[in-house]
Every structure is written in structure tokens, then in C-alpha cells.
Design a binder for this molecule. Structure first.
Ligand code: OOG
Ligand code: MG
Length: 252
């Protein structure tokens, strides 16, 4: 099976909301996994949904432990993944969706080189509370590092709340995930690499490694601060970040 065939299988799994088996260990290496990810994204772009940002994964210990993958990963966001704040998603469009609370940055200037933490601040226009819907295309949500990367890091949906230009207090802010009014996960933005801004630094290094640029106006999801929670029909899901606000959606 070549990279194009693997990508085609993963894209079909997403479109049909039908899980597939993990690909055999050793079928492709990590570099090839990112090449497959690009092929998977090409299918979405071809359907008329351009790339609108990137997402970082496994930037918190909680997530690494939950999924037993201990390396930073990154995927691409396309416009078909964008979900309006306070809107309703259809459970039947997904395989086994989960949600996690995140911080989303809006990029001010093209990120075209590795940045340090001080420089990264100048590349951020605004920040917003966000929710990521992840939906692994692999059976039982089980994968190894190369498989999850090939599957575009389980990316499925992104809900972004209101933008704020004040992002300096985000070093240690409360992050809560509420489902049907009950807090189901609680943590801090500090759980994201010690400071979510480090996610921007890491993203700049990973982009440079592949010789890619993140254009101004892109979204950058910093990675979940807590473990993810399964979604069920009827759920009302809300993220709450101290001093930043909320974002939410319903599952129909
Ligand atoms: C992979 C995606 C990880 C995050 O925020 O850590 C991720 C997964 O857990 O399926 O998005
Ligand atoms: Mg995530």
C-alpha cells in the first residue's frame, strides 16, 4: 500500500464516519506519516476546504497519558472543520467523537522560522477559548505515534470563542470543560507545555523542520490542557477559561 492509498483510506473513513484498522507498524516512518497527513488534507482541499491553521497535540501530560503517545505532534486544520460557537453538531457525522478544552491563537505575521518564546508573542494577534473535537479514524480510538500523525492527529472539529487581545495572563489560567452543566475536566493553561505560548514556539520549530510557513490569519490550536471526554447525543459542551471566556456547542 503506498502513501496515496493510505491517505485515501483515512479520508474515506472520515467522510463515511467508519473506523479502519491501524496500519502495520513499520509500514511508514514518522516523516512518511506527515507526508500521508498532507495527502489526507489534499482530499479536503480538493473538496473546496482550504487549510486555515494548525493544531498541536500531546502538549500536556494528561493527553500523553490518556493516549499513551509521548511525543509532540501537529496536524492541519481545514475550513470544513470549523464549527460556529454555540451551534449543534451531528453525532452521526463522527466515528466516536471526543472533546477537549484548548486555547486557540490567531497568527498576526507569517511564522516562517523557528521562534523563541519572546519573539513568539509578536506573532500573536489574539487568543480565544476553544474546543477541539477529535475523532480518530482508527478502531477503538487506538493508535501509535505514526498512525495518529498520518490520521492528521484525529482532527475533526474546532469551535473558537470570542477573541481577546490580552493573552499575557494565560500562563496559569483555570481551564474547565463542562458537559451538561457539570465540570468533567479541570486544569490550567500551565498544563500546556508550562505555558501555551510554548506551543507556538514548538509549532515554529516543527514548521521550519518541514520548510513550511504558517500564514498570518491562521489559527493555531495549542493542544488540550486536560484529557478528552466522549460525546453523546444531547450533550451541551462548554469550555471555560478564566479571564478569557467560554465557547460551546450542542450534540444533536
Ligand atoms: C490525538 C490528538 C491530540 C491534543 O490536543 O493533545 C490532541 C488524539 O488524542 O486523538 O489533539
Ligand atoms: Mg487537541
Amino acid at each position: 500500500m503506498d502513501k496515496k492509498e493510505i491517505a485515501q483510506k483515512l479520508d474515506a473513513a472520515a467522510v463515511n464516519a467508519q473506523a479502519v484498522e491501524q496500519f502495520a507498524t513499520g509500514l511508514f516512518d514518522l516523516k512518511e506519516a506527515y507526508d500521508i497527513q498532507r495527502e489526507v488534507i489534499a482530499h479536503r482541499v480538493h473538496r473546496g476546504f482550504p487549510i486555515c491553521g494548525i493544531k498541536m497535540g500531546f502538549t500536556s501530560i494528561a493527553k500523553m497519558r490518556q493516549m499513551n503517545v509521548h511525543s509532540l505532534i501537529w496536524g492541519l486544520l481545514t475550513t470544513d472543520m470549523l464549527i460556529e460557537d454555540a451551534s449543534t453538531i451531528k453525532r452521526s457525522n463522527f466515528v466516536h467523537p471526543r472533546v477537549e478544552p484548548e486555547v486557540c491563537y490567531l497568527i498576526k505575521k507569517d511564522i516562517d522560522r523557528p521562534l523563541n518564546a519572546l519573539e513568539a508573542v509578536d506573532y500573536i494577534e489574539a487568543v480565544a477559548p476553544a474546543l477541539e473535537i477529535i475523532d480518530s479514524r482508527f478502531r477503538d480510538f487506538k493508535f501509535d505515534l505514526n498512525n495518529v500523525v498520518a490520521d492528521n492527529c484525529s482532527s475533526s472539529g474546532v469551535v473558537v470563542g470570542s477573541w481577546s487581545r490580552d493573552f499575557h495572563h494565560l500562563t496559569n489560567a483555570y481551564v474547565g470543560l463542562n458537559i451538561n452543566g457539570k465540570p468533567v475536566q479541570a486544569g490550567s493553561t500551565a498544563a500546556i507545555l508550562g505555558n501555551p505560548m510554548r506551543s507556538v514556539v514548538q509549532a515554529s520549530a516543527l514548521l521550519a523542520e518541514r520548510g513550511e510557513v504558517l500564514p498570518a490569519g491562521s489559527l493555531l490550536m495549542a493542544g488540550a490542557a486536560t484529557s478528552a471526554e466522549a460525546l453523546n447525543v444531547g450533550d451541551y459542551v462548554e469550555v471555560e477559561i478564566s479571564k478569557l471566556g467560554r465557547a460551546s456547542f450542542y450534540v444533536g
